[in-house]
Design a binder for this molecule. Structure first.
Ligand code: ADE
Length: 241
């Protein structure tokens, strides 16, 4: 999988060199190119933003540097398979595990990280004439720019690429609404069996696989009902038996 990022803060993406994603990069399972949007400016101050038409607070990212950056990305892309452009924005469609699953099979993704009040709307409009564009939100809150959102999305997507996770079984078993059962994860424990006066639930030490599975399922259902009842209401949710 080929990943590209366009940002005025390329250093944000240094953390992708760490841990399993870093290993996937080192092993060549994925590639990552981070472009500094300011390299596509032509003024002394390397300006990427300007005041909004129509007034209002904050600044808007100018379209010209974005246009040139995307021209460069497209010129270097496979013409028969244009990349998909991901634009993180709080006004995007929700980025969910289902979206991550879908994007994990894409050969080439480009993340356009906006700052301030966003990117001039013509950039997405123009880009959509050249490649698929997905405006995606990390969640119903605002962070300072698309970088943190892109990092979260990249990690969620790349860990699904075959070979990236050391133990692919953990993908199958992991819970969260993403999992096959659509429930949140049950609590997990490791040694020692007693810590600060608290015991591991005895069933987990019993060796009865059926009882362990039933206990975990019951815990998942209870936690989901308490913390995320919306997951149970969802038409795709399995619901409680
Ligand atoms: N940029 C700022 N907030 C964001 C969010 N919640 N999701 C995606 N991009 C963002």
């Amino acid at each position: 999988m080929r990943l590209e990022v366009i940002s005025i803060f390329p250093d944000y993406f240094g953390v992708l060199q760490l841990s399993l994603i870093g290993k996937a990069l080192a092993d060549g399972l994925i590639s990552l190119d981070v472009h500094d949007l300011r390299d596509y400016t032509h003024d002394r101050h390397r300006t990427t933003d300007d005041t909004p038409y129509g007034g209002g607070a904050g600044m808007v990212m100018k379209p010209e540097p974005w246009g040139e950056a995307l021209d460069d990305v497209l010129a270097a892309a496979d013409p028969s398979a244009p990349p998909m452009l991901i634009m993180p924005t709080p006004s995007g469609r929700p980025f969910t595990q289902a979206v991550a699953d879908r994007l994990a099979t894409a050969p080439h993704l480009v993340f356009a990280c906006g700052r301030y009040e966003g990117i001039d709307a013509r950039v997405a409009q123009w880009a959509a004439t050249r490649m698929p564009v997905l405006e995606l939100s990390l969640g119903d809150y605002v962070v300072n720019g698309g970088e943190v959102a892109a990092l979260a999305m990249i990690e969620a997507i790349v860990r699904l690429v075959p070979g990236v996770l050391g133990n692919p079984v953990s993908l199958v078993e992991e819970s969260y609404a993403a999992s096959s059962d659509g429930l949140l994860e049950y609590p997990v424990y490791t040694k020692p069996p007693t810590w600060r006066g608290m015991d591991v639930p005895p069933v987990l030490l019993s060796g009865h696989h059926g009882q362990v599975a039933a206990w975990r399922r019951a815990q998942s259902e209870a936690i989901t009902a308490r913390r995320r009842p919306d997951l149970l209401d969802h038409p795709d949710a399995p619901g409680l038996p």
